[in-house]
Design a protein around this ligand. Structure first.
Ligand code: UD1
Length: 371
């Protein structure tokens, strides 16, 4: 079976790495190529992850870069259509919910190629999120829908997806986390930065709904500055957020100095470095999707600066809580964690390091139909 695996943006890499590894265990059954759309292209947003995760270099880089949603999606579709015509794959595998995921799905399906979506069925019900549109378009077209939890299965069923397309396999991102956990523990980074276990928080912020409006962003930063009086906040800043902070003139909230204090910003970190910091943090403040899941497995309280989540299992079973982006709500939640009232959780079913293996088992079982 000839497969094209797609990655485009940072959160895709840790999801694809274990799938490639699992496919590699069956060289007699699978031939596979890795296509990078180039949606993320900075060294720290892309190449660093290939190195950290031991991933093969992409066979093909579409080099589409940034642009408006339509520009980026359109460029990916045009470039990927040529790849499909040249390579004639039996199956395309996409992961997550970024523009690259949707663009490659539409392109392949219109050429009559089967598509598998890993992390299918997640729904925030928030159509202002570009990712929600990507999820819906991707899932309605895909032939194989691999899900992380049974709530996602229910979402797909409610949308009329045929039962035989849905496969509950668990969370491939957690395969990667569990594989690298020990390696990350051993890093010296927190010692070098003078951070004691439990004595700091980490932060990520990049959603358009939080960073593209000056008033919203400054309100968030005001509340974070308050928290940072009690414990330093390590903030690896996303390029999009850095750009907006510059445009809005909000740089004064940050400390970029040698000593880690206040809201301390740094360039985006590598996978292992950030895992290392999150594992020992008192709390994680974030608007990312993946971190809500990673903190659940690490048992670290997660304060999510969003009003909704496509990953409700992290609320019902994990350490996650949604606080929105109102300054007082962020402050109250952080204070509760500082006072030892953070959420404790358990690890959801099948988040056990074997999800990629389950995906490959399905492909081995049903693969003949694909060819
Ligand atoms: C994308 C995903 C989002 C994911 C996030 C993780 C979509 C719609 N969004 O958002 O779901 O959570 O990745 O990071 O697919 N930029 C750089 N260098 C890069 C990449 C981006 O400077 O390597 C800057 C550019 O100014 C660009 C902006 O960041 O315009 C936004 O990049 P884009 O890929 O459009 O979306 P993200 O905000 O990164």
């Amino acid at each position: 079976m000839k497969i094209i695996n797609i990655v485009g943006a940072r959160p895709n890499f840790m999801k694809m790495a274990p799938i490639i590894e699992a496919l590699n265990r069956h060289p007699d059954r699978f031939e596979h190529l890795l296509v990078h759309t180039g949606q993320h292209y900075d060294q720290r947003m892309s190449k660093a992850f290939f190195e950290d995760l031991g991933m093969p270099r992409p066979d093909i880089d579409l080099e589409v870069g940034s642009g408006s949603h339509a520009e980026q999606t359109g460029r990916i579709m045009m470039a990927f259509e040529r790849v499909c015509r040249d390579e004639l794959p039996d199956l395309v595998i996409v992961v997550g919910d970024v523009n690259s995921t949707m663009a490659c799905t539409i392109t392949a399906k219109k050429l009559g190629i089967k598509v598998a979506h890993v992390e299918a069925g997640l729904r925030s019900r928030d159509m202002d999120m570009p990712e929600e549109i990507n999820r819906l378009c991707t899932d309605v077209l895909c032939d194989y829908l691999f899900t992380t939890d049974t709530l996602a299965d229910e979402n797909l069923r409610a949308e009329g997806v045929a039962e035989e397309k849905i496969h509950f396999v668990g969370n491939v991102m957690i395969d990667t986390l569990l594989k690298h956990r020990e390696m990350a523990t051993g890093l010296a980074l927190s010692r070098e930065l003078g951070l004691a276990p439990g004595g700091y928080a980490t932060l990520t912020l990049h959603r358009p709904s939080n960073v593209d409006d000056r008033e919203t962003l400054s309100g968030i930063l005001e509340s974070l500055a308050e928290i940072a009086r009690e414990m330093p906040i390590v903030f690896p800043i996303h390029p999009r957020t850095r750009k907006m902070v510059g445009q809005f003139g909000l740089d004064h909230y940050f400390n970029e100095g040698k000593k880690v204090e206040g809201i301390w910003i740094t360039e985006p970190l590598g996978y292992l470095e950030f895992l290392h910091l999150n594992m020992n943090a008192c709390m994680v403040l974030t608007d990312s999707g993946g971190l809500q899941e990673e903190t659940t497995v690490l048992g670290v309280p997660c304060i999510t600066l969003r009003h909704n989540t496509e990953r409700p299992v992290t609320l019902t079973q994990g350490t996650n809580q949604l606080v929105g982006n109102e300054p007082q709500a962020i402050l109250d939640a952080a204070r509760a964690v500082l006072e030892g009232r953070g959420r404790k959780g358990r690890v959801p079913e099948k988040w056990d390091g074997r999800s990629a293996e389950r995906i490959v088992d399905v492909l081995l079982r049903e693969g003949d139909e694909l060819m």
